[in-house]
Design a protein. Structure first.
Length: 408
C-alpha cells in the first residue's frame, strides 16, 4: 500500500514561471550558465549557483547556506509563493511530440525503506550523505524523484478529468518543450488519488535513486521533528509513458590484445558480422553494435552459451560486463575504471564512432535499450543493474515545484 499525499508546493508566480524553471544544473555548459545568470534575474539557477552574486565559487556547507539565502530572497521578492492548502499537481510535458503526464506528490520514506517503493540501482554512501546535508541546510527539494507504476484506469480517469480544466501554467521553454500544470486541491479529488495509489502493491523508482536515499537518511535525522521530513517530492507517471534509452560503452584499449585476437575471443560468445562503414544500430535485445578500427560489427549472442538464472543475467549491460568487459578487457569496476566511458543521446552512435576515429578510444559498443519489464523484474528480485544501464525520460525541470520542509 504505497502512501502518497498532497503538499503545499512552493512555485513561481504565473508571470515569471517560464523564466524561473531551469534544466538540471549539471546540464549547463559554463558559457550558457554564465549568460543565463547575467541576463535572467528570475532563473532558478541563481539559487543553485548562489556565489554568482559575488562572483565567488562556493562549495560544501558554504554553498548550501548560500543556496538557502538565495531561496529565501526569491520568496521575499515574491518570485516564489507557497500554496495555501496541501495539493497534488498534475504536470504535462510535451517533448518532440511525446507526451508525459503524471502527478507530483509527496511519497513516503518509510515506503522507500520497506521496499514498497522498489529500486534497481546501487547508490554511493558519500553522495547520499552529501545530499542529505544539502537538504538539511537548504530546507527544500526542487527535483522530484521519477516514480513509475503499472497503468491504472482509475488514475487515468482522474487525470483525464483534471486535464479538462484550465491549467494554472501553460508555457513553452527555449528548448521548445511545452509545459502545463494543474493544481489539484479539492479534498475529494485528493482522497481519490491517495486511495488509487494505495491500492497498488508497489511503486518503482525510474530515476532519482540518490535523491530518494538521501531523503530517507534525512527522515532518520529529522522525521520525529516534523512529518514533512518523512516524505520526498515525486513525479508519478504510468510506465507506458516512460522513454528508456541506452548508454553506449567506450573502452580506451584492447587490454594488450591485437584486433585479430580480440575478435577471436569475442567469437566464443557472439556471432560476428563485419558491417564495414555502414553504421549499425542494434534492433533488439541481445544484439550489440561494435565499432573497431574504422568498421562497424554486429554482435549477436550465441544462445548455446547463454546462462540465464536471474532477471539480471538477461540484461544486456550485465551480459556485456560478464562476458566481454570483465574477462576480455579486464574492466573490473565499471563505475570507476577510467578506461571505460559512457555516452547517450540522439547522436550517441555517431559520437561513439568519432571518438574511436579520433583515437580517444579503441572500441565502442552500442546497446539496445532495456525495457520497463526488465527494470521491474530486476527490482522485484531485489537486484541492481550495472551503472549506466538506462537513461530515462522525462527529466523534469528544476524549480517548477518545490517541496519545502516544515512549510506550514
Amino acid at each position: 500500500m504505497p502512501k502518497i499525499k498532497p503538499f503545499k508546493g512552493v512555485r513561481a508566480s504565473k508571470e515569471i514561471a517560464t523564466h524561473l524553471i531551469s534544466r538540471s544544473y549539471q546540464d549547463y555548459k559554463r558559457k550558457e550558465l554564465k549568460s543565463t545568470l547575467k541576463y535572467n534575474p528570475f532563473s532558478f539557477l541563481h539559487i543553485l549557483n548562489p556565489g554568482y552574486k559575488f562572483n565567488h565559487e562556493s562549495t560544501g556547507n558554504e554553498r548550501f547556506q548560500l543556496v538557502r539565502n538565495r531561496y529565501l530572497e526569491f520568496k521575499e521578492d515574491q518570485f516564489l509563493k507557497s500554496e495555501s492548502v496541501p495539493s497534488f499537481y498534475l504536470y504535462k510535458c510535451t517533448e518532440n511530440g511525446h507526451e508525459y503526464v503524471g502527478i507530483i506528490a509527496a511519497a513516503s520514506t518509510n515506503d522507500y525503506n520497506n521496499n514498497v517503493i522498489k529500486k534497481h540501482e546501487n547508490t554511493l554512501k558519500v553522495r547520499e550523505t552529501l545530499f542529505k546535508e544539502y537538504l538539511k541546510t537548504v530546507g527544500f527539494n526542487a527535483e522530484p524523484v521519477l516514480i513509475t507504476y503499472p497503468d491504472q484506469q482509475d488514475i487515468d480517469d482522474i487525470v483525464s478529468r483534471i486535464k479538462q480544466r484550465e491549467p494554472e501554467y501553460h508555457f513553452k521553454t527555449t528548448d521548445r518543450n511545452e509545459h502545463k500544470v494543474w493544481i489539484i486541491d479539492d479534498a475529494k479529488d485528493c482522497d481519490k488519488i491517495e486511495q488509487s495509489f494505495a491500492a497498488l502493491p508497489h511503486l518503482y523508482i525510474a530515476d532519482g535513486h540518490h535523491r530518494s536515499a538521501s531523503s530517507y537518511l534525512l527522515s532518520q535525522d529529522l522525521g520525529s521533528k516534523h512529518d514533512s521530513y518523512n516524505y520526498f517530492m515525486s513525479f508519478l507517471i504510468p510506465e507506458s509513458q516512460l522513454q528508456i534509452f541506452e548508454f553506449n560503452r567506450l573502452v580506451t584499449d584492447l587490454n594488450d590484445l591485437t584486433k585479430e585476437n580480440f575478435l577471436m575471443k569475442l567469437d566464443q560468445h557472439f556471432r560476428i558480422q563485419n558491417r564495414g562503414k555502414e553504421m549499425y544500430k542494434p534492433s533488439k535485445k541481445h544484439h550489440f553494435s561494435m565499432y573497431l578500427d574504422g568498421e562497424f560489427y554486429s554482435l549477436y549472442w550465441r544462445k548455446q552459451v547463454m546462462t540465464i538464472d536471474s532477471p539480471l543475467d538477461d540484461l544486456d549491460t550485465q551480459m556485456l560486463y560478464d562476458y566481454l568487459l570483465q574477462p576480455i578487457l579486464d574492466i573490473k569496476d565499471p563505475r570507476n575504471d577510467r578506461r571505460l566511458s559512457y555516452n547517450y543521446g540522439k547522436d550517441a552512435l555517431l559520437n561513439m564512432k568519432e571518438q574511436v576515429d579520433n583515437n580517444e578510444y579503441a572500441v565502442g559498443f552500442g546497446l539496445f535499450p532495456a525495457t520497463v519489464e526488465q527494470i521491474k523484474k530486476i527490482a522485484d528480485a531485489d537486484l541492481v543493474m550495472p551503472p549506466k544501464s538506462t537513461y530515462i525520460k522525462p527529466k523534469l525541470p528544476s524549480g517548477l515545484l518545490i517541496y519545502e520542509f516544515e512549510n506550514e
